[in-house]
Design a protein around this ligand. Structure first.
Ligand SMILES: [Zn+2]
Ligand SMILES: [Zn+2]
Length: 242
């Protein structure tokens, strides 16, 4: 399986990431990718980008260095009920792609019941396309309940390469989540969650998770550029080739 787009990356507008937009896109080009999604943390994170960063993403050329650039955000799931970062509507409306993730500084872990309830509200939130790094062991939740309902609400799931390194103990959860996505036919995105350009396009851990469950390639949206284009056309009414 060849992944053609890195669908979760951070630039140095987040203080804990170290490469510029241009460097990240060059990193994608050097990794042989067709597309990259820039998905900085929403403003609720301590070093998240200001809402105007997101509102102004439309000025980024659609293609840089031969790579399609997808304008995204990694929103913070907020306690207690799973609200997203508070931003004005025009800032959300400028975006192509919204990931929603639990992060410890924004949502101190509670228990599976609370996490599942928050994720259920994300399921129902039309601003969100994708669940980010659901395998984090600090956030147990009812995996079958949430994943079995993703297609009903048009949600997809990320398999995050960085989880194995950054969120210790994720791997078993990621395998189980991939197994459930396969069982329920839920499409996924593979991502590096890179915080520096040299890591863009690194998917070995995530591909290992998919191999462990013999995950069907046709459910991996970003394993084919035309499939990725079609996803955005159907899910967001956006033509990412323009
Ligand atoms: Zn994250
Ligand atoms: Zn991230």
């Amino acid at each position: 399986m060849k992944i053609v787009a890195d669908m979760h990356t951070h630039t140095n507008v987040s203080a804990h990431a170290f490469s510029s937009l241009d460097e990240m896109v060059r990193g994608a080009r050097d990794a042989g990718l067709r597309a990259i999604a820039i998905t900085n943390h929403g403003p609720a994170m301590k070093d998240g980008a200001h809402q105007w960063h997101f509102g102004n993403m439309g000025i980024i050329p659609r293609v840089m260095h031969g790579v399609t650039v997808i304008r995204g955000i990694e929103c913070n799931i907020l306690p207690p009920d799973g609200a997203l970062d508070r931003m004005e509507g025009w800032c959300y409306n400028a975006l192509d792609y919204v990931i929603a993730s639990f992060h410890e500084p924004c949502f101190p872990p509670v228990n599976a019941e609370v996490h599942t309830k928050a994720l259920e509200n994300i399921l129902k939130n039309p601003r969100v396309q994708c669940f980010g790094h659901l395998g984090n062991p600090n956030y147990p939740f009812d995996q079958e309940y949430i994943i079995s309902r993703c297609n009903e609400y048009g949600k997809i799931v990320e398999i995050n390469n960085n989880s194995v390194n950054a969120r210790k103990g994720s791997e078993g959860n990621c395998v189980e989540i991939a197994r459930l996505c396969k069982k329920y036919g839920v499409p996924i995105m593979v991502s590096s969650d890179s915080h520096i350009s040299y890591k863009v396009g690194g998917f070995d851990n995530a591909l290992g998770v998919l191999a462990a469950v013999d995950f069907p390639e046709e459910l991996v949206i970003n394993a084919d550029f035309d499939r990725l284009v079609e996803y955005f056309r159907l899910a967001r009414k956006i033509d990412i080739t323009q």
